[in-house]
Design a protein around this ligand. Structure first.
Ligand code: UD1
Length: 422
């Protein structure tokens, strides 16, 4: 098992380039199934979750190859199974997108119930409700979701909770449904828009993605295409917070600044300098800090609110803020697994229900730490980079699921971080 050894206290300085968005990629790769034709996907992140989806599709009969620049060509025409129930599938959250894609293309699917980070109950009732509304018969049996439909017909679907996964999954199935589908109370996250753009590039008719009402005219013939995935908003936010936590000065290249407004606004409220720019090729954001941040309050909300995926990294920053911060986690009920680890470093944080009260301390100190999930791992890396002394972080396979070349990117910014393979 690999772990990180980090000697903290080094200011991050320089420039970093953000990779393609994990959560967009994990939906777009299975969405290729819908066209039945070959697609070329560019700007995919090289992360473990992408490798797992690639392996799942290959095991189903898709032909996948890489171009020299790292793009992925997927030819789904050889897919010969609609049942994907191995451990790889049940270990990851995004495997639920195979349900919408297979149901759309073949009108049948059997998928192991999705796993993913242990941050709450994470039901999929809204996915199922949406697909039933489109005409699918769905049962859950033996740890798998089994879906089948004679034909899919467009429907009006109101989501009871704003769910990124359900919005995208219903979009995938609805592309193949005859007539109009309306998803109301839809998620507005950047990757919802990215998936809609990809579907439209394949010939679908999806309108309104990015607002809370998405309208689709289904049943069109889709075709292969070339598509570049958007930059990862959460990876960008992680580097922004790491720059602030180490009182550093970092230019973050290949970002879409509007996707980062909630994070930029909170960092500025902390007293951190955040500027946006355009170098003629890409947008960038520069984050610089030279003193302890001021305490701020955070409420996680669906986009465009503060993203739950950055709640944990932000807490690592606020652990050394001047004053008390209140952090309310509104999306997932159990996303505070990083708190006992931060406490080992000297942080003073108490939890009551969904709210963490963070009493800022002057400094954190290195400690042996354990990552419990992907973003908890990112939070611990940030805390360790900012802390005095040495930290180790175990269970970094969680971090590998969502961050491309994390230690190389941090080392290039001056961090003292080593991956040790045991
Ligand atoms: C996705 C992201 C995850 C991110 C989250 C919120 C992927 C692979 N994962 O997760 O990184 O943290 O969005 O931005 O893209 N809910 C229901 N019923 C459902 C679906 C969701 O009650 O059928 C609830 C969830 O328990 C949660 C809330 O809705 O409380 C939002 O969940 P959702 O947006 O669906 O998150 P995921 O798709 O699991």
């Amino acid at each position: 098992m690999a772990y990180y050894r980090i000697n903290g206290g080094k200011r991050l300085e320089g420039a970093v380039t953000i990779s393609g968005a994990k959560n967009a990629a994990l939906a777009i790769i299975p969405a290729v199934i819908l066209s039945g034709e070959s697609c070329l996907l560019e700007n995919l992140p090289e992360i473990e979750d992408v490798r797992i989806v690639e392996e799942i599709l290959t095991s189903m009969g898709a032909d996948i190859s890489r171009t020299p620049d790292g793009s992925m060509r997927i030819d789904p025409s050889g897919i010969s199974t609609f049942s994907v129930t191995g451990e790889m599938v049940s270990s990851m959250r995004a495997s639920y997108y195979l349900l919408g894609a297979l149901l759309g293309r073949y009108k049948k699917a059997e998928i192991a119930l999705p796993g993913g980070c242990a941050i709450g109950q994470r039901p999929i009732d809204q996915h199922i409700k949406g697909m039933r509304a489109l005409g699918a018969d769905i049962v859950i049996q033996g740890g798998a979701v089994k879906a089948r439909a004679d034909r899919l017909r467009g429907a009006e679907i109101y989501l009871d909770v704003v769910s990124v996964g359900a919005t995208i999954n219903i979009m995938l199935a609805a592309v193949a449904a005859e007539g109009q589908t309306i998803i109301a109370n839809a998620a507005k996250e950047p990757h919802v828009v990215d998936v809609a753009n990809f579907l439209n590039m394949m010939g679908a008719n999806v309108k309104g993605a990015g607002t809370d009402v998405i309208r689709m005219q289904g049943g069109r013939r889709l075709h292969g295409c070339t598509y570049a995935v958007i930059p990862d908003q959460i990876e960008a936010g992680t580097f922004m917070i790491a720059a602030a936590a180490t009182r550093g000065d970092v230019i973050i290249n290949n970002v879409i600044p509007t996707h980062l407004e909630a994070i930029s606004a909170k960092l500025m409220e902390c007293g951190v300098t955040v500027t946006e720019g355009d170098d003629g090729r890409d947008f960038f954001i520069r984050v610089s800090a030279d003193k302890r941040p001021r305490a701020v309050n955070i409420k996680t909300l669906p986009y465009p609110g503060f993203p739950t995926d950055l709640q944990q990294p932000m807490m690592a920053l606020l652990a050394t803020a001047e004053g008390n911060s209140f952090i309310m986690e509104n999306i997932f009920e159990n996303r505070f697994n990083h708190v006992p680890e931060l406490a080992k470093m000297g942080a003073s944080i108490s939890i009551s229900s969904r709210t963490a009260t963070v009493e800022g301390v002057e400094k954190l100190y290195g400690a042996p730490l354990c990552a419990s999930d992907l973003r908890a791992g990112a939070a611990l890396v940030i805390a360790a980079l900012a802390a005095e002394g040495e930290s180790t972080i175990s269970q970094i396979h969680f971090i590998d699921r969502g961050y491309e070349f994390l230690e190389q990117k941090l080392r290039a910014l001056g961090a003292d971080i080593m991956r040790i393979e045991e």
